[in-house]
Design a binder for this molecule. Structure first.
Ligand SMILES: C[S@@+](CC[C@H](N)C(=O)[O-])C[C@H]1O[C@@H](n2cnc3c(N)ncnc32)[C@H](O)[C@@H]1O
Length: 401
């Protein structure tokens, strides 16, 4: 099949063009950047962003359409991108699960499993559960479809736990302790099989799609997550369309789809303010000391250190980085600088939020187009509402004819 005839290619291409045209607005690091070119071209946007108070920031974070409408004044592509990134809910089939099946499964996970199972077509095929954890999904599939499940998982302890539960519930499940990346695991992918992966991170779900396509497996359904957890330095496009795209995605870019800044409570917000403003304050201080205008990342640290104050944090960070601090540093000044930068970083992150779901859909349609190019019919939609899991997209592919 040529790319022109794939169903998802037009959406991918439109998103690709819009995201490429708007790269300067999202493909940067708010922490480390010096003023972007757009800041010079659009001082009114800087002014507008700086003028937003906390409730306004929170409101825009929660309402992507409202954010798109406000920003379309400067970014005319905003509305079209939101529309292209919208996704329908997949039709749910009510499938009753036997009592006791949910034992040991946390509440929200249980809701995810039922929703995921509810949108899967019944193909009467055996299942392969990729990166199964304790095989919670496999458990639901085995109990509601009456077809056997093979669950592949890397951690032996999770295999053992899943196996014990399956035995207790008398379910037809077999656990395989294996590495999804090992060439050996390819042997578990059969042509007459429905492979599934719920929240297999980055390259793990990509490896499943690639292997199913290679071996012409009958069906595969994945819900992607953690796009940045990849083995290469940068994103490796899957479809021919994405391979031809001008967009090159770094790991930092790939984190954007996961940066859903839900409005946190006061305590969490304060903790974040202290940590981020301390880090930014130290960064400004070190730039002044070294004379190098380059962001210097500092490792993670026990949160307790932040209770000791800004100066203690700077001394610790300087030691970590082998930086000698001169005497007579005006710590209050650098702390204030960090607080100002925090406010600006928050607003830059709000701006990048506009591109969060469009970028996620670019990645999703890349996967969908890849499967279509390999000869599959592909459906993309959401399998549950966001409060159940923000990673609520399913890509389902079935081999044609
Ligand atoms: C985010 S969890 C998802 C688990 C399960 N699918 C669920 O939704 O509850 C990802 C799982 O992938 C497993 N995993 C990580 N790397 C793996 C690999 N190379 N091969 C097989 N499994 C792996 C982890 O041990 C973990 O159980």
């Amino acid at each position: 099949m040529t790319q022109e005839y794939t169903m998802h290619a037009p959406r991918f291409s439109q998103l690709d063009r819009l995201l490429t045209d708007t790269r300067e607005w999202w493909q940067f690091m708010p922490f480390s950047s010096s003023p972007a070119e757009w800041e010079l071209r659009h001082p009114e946007l800087t002014h507008w962003l700086l003028g937003l108070d906390e409730p306004q920031l929170a409101s825009f974070r929660e309402n992507p359409e409202q954010l798109a409408a406000a920003l379309s004044h400067w970014i005319p592509q905003a509305g079209a991108m939101q529309a292209l990134a919208a996704l329908d809910a997949l039709p749910q089939i009510e499938r009753t699960t036997p009592r006791g099946l949910e034992s040991g499964i946390p509440g929200r996970k249980w809701q995810q499993l039922q929703a995921f199972n509810g949108v899967l077509p019944a193909l009467s095929l055996p299942w392969l559960e990729w990166c199964a954890g304790k095989g919670f999904l496999g458990r639901v599939l085995a109990a509601t479809h009456n077809t056997p499940v093979t669950s592949l998982e890397w951690q032996q302890v999770l295999c053992d736990s899943g196996e014990a539960a399956a035995r207790k519930l008398a379910l037809p499940m077999t656990f395989v302790h294996g590495d999804a990346f090992s060439p050996d695991s390819g042997k578990f992918i059969l042509s007459q099989q429905h492979a599934v992966a719920l929240h297999a991170c980055g390259d793990l779900h990509v490896s499943l799609l690639q292997r199913v396509a290679e071996r012409k497996g009958q069906a595969v359904s994945v819900s992607p997550c953690c796009y940045h957890l990849i083995r290469d330095k940068a994103y490796q496009p899957m479809s021919s369309l994405a391979k031809n795209s001008v967009l090159k995605l770094s790991k930092h870019d790939l984190r954007l789809p996961l940066q859903e800044t839900v409005t946190a409570g006061n305590r969490v917000r304060n903790l974040r303010f202290v940590e981020v403003s301390f880090r930014l304050g130290f960064d400004s201080l070190q730039r002044s000391v070294t004379g190098e205008d380059v962001y210097l990342p500092v490792p993670n640290v026990q949160k307790a250190l932040f209770n000791d104050g800004f100066e203690a944090f700077c001394r610790w960070a300087a030691e970590q980085k082998g930086l000698e601090l001169p005497d007579n540093i005006d710590f209050a000044h650098w702390q204030y600088t960090g607080e100002q930068r925090f406010d600006w970083v928050e607003r830059l992150e709000l701006l990048r939020q506009l591109f969060r779901r469009p970028l996620e859909m670019w990645l999703v349609y890349d996967r969908a187009c890849f499967m279509e190019e390999a000869g599959y019919d592909v459906t993309v939609g959401t399998f549950c509402d966001k409060p159940i899991t923000p990673r609520n997209i399913m890509i389902h592919a079935e081999l044609k004819g």
